[in-house]
Design a protein around this ligand. Structure first.
Ligand code: ZN
Length: 320
């Protein structure tokens, strides 16, 4: 059997030792090069586009020669008003891409020796950077599998049997339960959404799957209407998982990763953040055969391209 990609040397092109040995200056340079690739890391004014600046070296800031605007390499990006050193930021990214099933925020905060809330906000910003590649706005094509899986809203059974309720009844369920509907190209992207019921997936397919695609779905009756728009392979999971190429195994493996991530690392998840974890797992699926150095580069480059996060800006400073 072929060697698993993550066991191969080709998957390891970046390490914490490399990052810390190179030091803060190199890490800073990396961020500059990712922010301004067309000028090889030379600052370009984000306000007027002029590429001549005064360097305020002591504060790592730039002042535009044309409009006097002052800015830093992270101004206007997801990492705006960061306080962490660049070398630690790069290390954090390395740790996050190395965790192929996600990482708990307690663990990240201990690895980085920062507060829990710093790790929490940072990881969510990285997920926003990943989401740029997941939700590109382009429709899926080729062979697209669709499926849904429920997450969250676990109702704990009462201690004594006499006190236990029927958790199959709607009135005994939690309102925190959500379904992740995922669309996945057999040889391409994974696109997850959060819904209240799996049937909402049909509308999501109409919006996000090209009419020239072929689709695969399981036996659930709400997928029947997919046949109106596409050629659809159906597979009845109560009888068989893969029937001569008819299967939903690709989308199932996305759910497997997401479930491992949520149950094994986060131990439960609020419906408010479920979309972020889904995007994280989708990004890991789509980049599962990318070496970790390239993965880190992709995230830094996306982050330098991503606008200031509205959701996470000063998150912990805001009144609860
Ligand atoms: Zn300017």
């Amino acid at each position: 059997m072929a060697q698993h990609f993550l066991l191969s040397a080709a998957s390891r092109t970046l390490s914490l030792r490399k990052i810390y040995k190179a030091g803060e200056g190199e890490a800073y340079q990396t961020f500059c090069e990712m922010r301004w690739p067309e000028t090889n890391g030379e600052a370009v004014c984000p306000k007027c586009g002029h590429d001549e600046t005064y360097k305020i070296t002591t504060r790592r800031k730039f002042k535009c020669k044309a409009c006097s605007h002052q800015f830093s390499v992270t101004s206007g990006t997801i990492f705006a008003s960061r306080k962490m050193d660049f070398v630690d930021l790069l290390a954090a990214i390395c740790i996050v891409v190395n965790a192929s099933k996600g990482i708990s925020m307690v663990q990240l905060s201990r690895d980085l020796d920062c507060q829990y809330k710093t790790a929490f906000v940072l990881a969510h910003k990285l997920r926003e950077a990943m989401a740029q590649e997941v939700h590109t706005g382009e429709v899926l094509d080729g062979h697209v599998e669709i499926d849904g899986a429920y997450f969250g809203g676990h109702v704990r059974p009462a201690n004594a049997k006499v006190d236990r309720v029927d958790r199959r009844l709607k009135r005994n369920q939690s309102n925190r339960r959500r379904v992740v509907v995922a669309l996945r190209e057999r040889t391409g992207r994974t696109l997850p959404f959060i819904a209240m019921s799996e049937g909402e997936g049909v509308a999501l397919a109409i919006e996000n799957v090209s009419r020239t695609a072929t689709m695969s779905a399981d036996e659930a009756s709400h997928w029947d209407t997919l046949h109106d728009g596409w050629m659809v392979d159906r597979v009845n999971h109560s009888e068989i998982y893969s029937d001569h190429g008819k299967h939903t195994n690709m989308v199932e493996s996305f759910f497997s990763r997401l479930r491992n991530m949520i149950e094994g690392q986060h131990h439960g998840v609020s419906p408010k953040y479920l979309h972020q974890y889904s995007n994280h797992a989708a990004w890991l699926e789509d980049n599962r055969r990318t070496d970790n150095g390239t993965q880190a580069e992709i995230i830094v480059s996306n982050a330098m391209d991503a606008p200031v996060s509205r959701q996470w800006k000063g998150y912990w400073q805001r009144a609860a």
